[in-house]
Design a protein around this ligand. Structure first.
Ligand code: ZN
Ligand code: ZN
Length: 343
């Protein structure tokens, strides 16, 4: 039997290839990926803007069904629906030894440096396969990874309930940030996005007010005080400048979106000082993957509108991720019914 895999070979060069089955080791599990999220990182990899290993199988937002469990793996069984925490850490650098593995010097991501889930079969260490709550729909399960990143961002922002929040960007991450903000009792939730369809998803996920970026009324819901919490879920210098200007005194600003490495913002140190602002970053999902599996249901992520593509439609899926109107795009290596959990 051969595996079908979507491998990245170089800029603009992703191909479906057939490979021999690799046996799983004693500390590993094999799974059939049922739904794999397509995200901005995948598009950046294919466009050459994010370094990935040539020949790697793409896909880091994985939900799958376990088909094999190695002898040394405890707590997992064949048939379990799992999500993968898609990182490997060196365990030896200073950051790893400080419990900050996500800042590891030699961190390697599945779907980036190690083979990911856009394949008919995936083999991973058992310790990074997390069992999902009974009844989880596979495409919702594939949202665990991006939700875990949002959860880390929210932890970094550390907002106070009962106060307003401003979120720039209502792509998949921004939309999940809206749901998390609502669950944490932030109010009102104000979202800025240039796209009407994304302003609509923000409302669907619990935003109280939505605005286009050039709308002069953005701070009106705070009676002109500005926002004690601001999230940049887009990633750009210009948005960081806006975020700082929209923050209230004592405001906390989370830089969450992935800006281009060369992008810059003009910041006046006096403003950070005099208005006592706090700027925080958040990268990936340290120790939040487990918590994210518990939140998939309560957050009502089934309000997102998905689009599904087969493994052989990756080009179309990447296009849809960049320009389509679905809230989130998924690859379905074992067919649509399996991704919907009705197979
Ligand atoms: Zn992603
Ligand atoms: Zn390390």
């Amino acid at each position: 039997m051969l595996l079908t895999e979507a491998r990245f070979f170089g800029v603009g060069d992703v191909r479906l290839v057939e490979s021999p089955v690799v046996e799983a080791g004693p500390d590993q599990v094999a799974l059939e990926p049922l739904a794999v999220g397509v995200c901005g990182t995948d598009s950046h990899i294919v466009a050459g803007g994010f370094p990935a290993a040539p020949g790697v199988v793409l896909g880091h937002e994985v939900c799958g069904r376990i088909t094999f469990v190695g002898d040394a793996v405890d707590g997992l069984s064949v048939g379990d629906l799992v999500t993968v925490e898609p990182h490997d850490y060196c365990t030896r650098c200073t950051y790893c030894r400080l419990g900050q593995e996500h800042l590891c010097d030699s961190k390697r991501g599945y779907g980036v440096k190690l083979d990911g889930g856009m394949a008919s079969r995936m083999v991973v260490p058992g310790r990074i396969a997390y069992r999902l709550p009974v009844g989880t729909v596979p495409w919702i399960g594939a949202l665990t990874e991006p939700l875990a990143c949002c959860l880390h961002g929210m932890d970094q922002l550390d907002p106070r309930s009962g106060l307003p929040i401003l979120i720039y960007g209502a792509g998949p991450a921004g939309a999940m940030m809206v749901a998390l903000a609502a669950a944490r009792g932030l109010a009102p939730i104000v979202v800025v996005d240039p796209r009407p369809d994304r302003r609509e998803v923000a409302l669907r996920m619990g935003a109280d007010f939505v605005f286009a970026p050039d709308d002069p009324g953005i701070s009106e819901p705070t009676e002109g005080l500005g926002f004690p919490h601001v999230i940049d879920a887009v990633g750009s210098g210009r948005i960081l400048e806006s975020a700082i200007s929209m923050a209230s005194r004592g405001g906390r600003i989370l830089v969450f979106g992935v800006a281009h490495p060369s992008d810059e913002a003009r910041i006046r140190p006096n403003e950070i000082f005099a208005r006592e602002l706090t700027l925080v970053g958040a990268v990936i999902n340290p120790y939040t993957h487990h918590r994210a599996t518990r939140l998939l249901g309560p957050l009502g992520l089934d309000r997102l509108r998905p689009a599904f593509y087969g493994l052989d439609q990756l080009d179309d899926a990447l296009k849809a991720q960049q320009t389509g109107t679905a809230d989130k795009v998924f690859i379905t290596p074992h067919g649509l019914a399996a991704a919907l959990g009705v197979a």
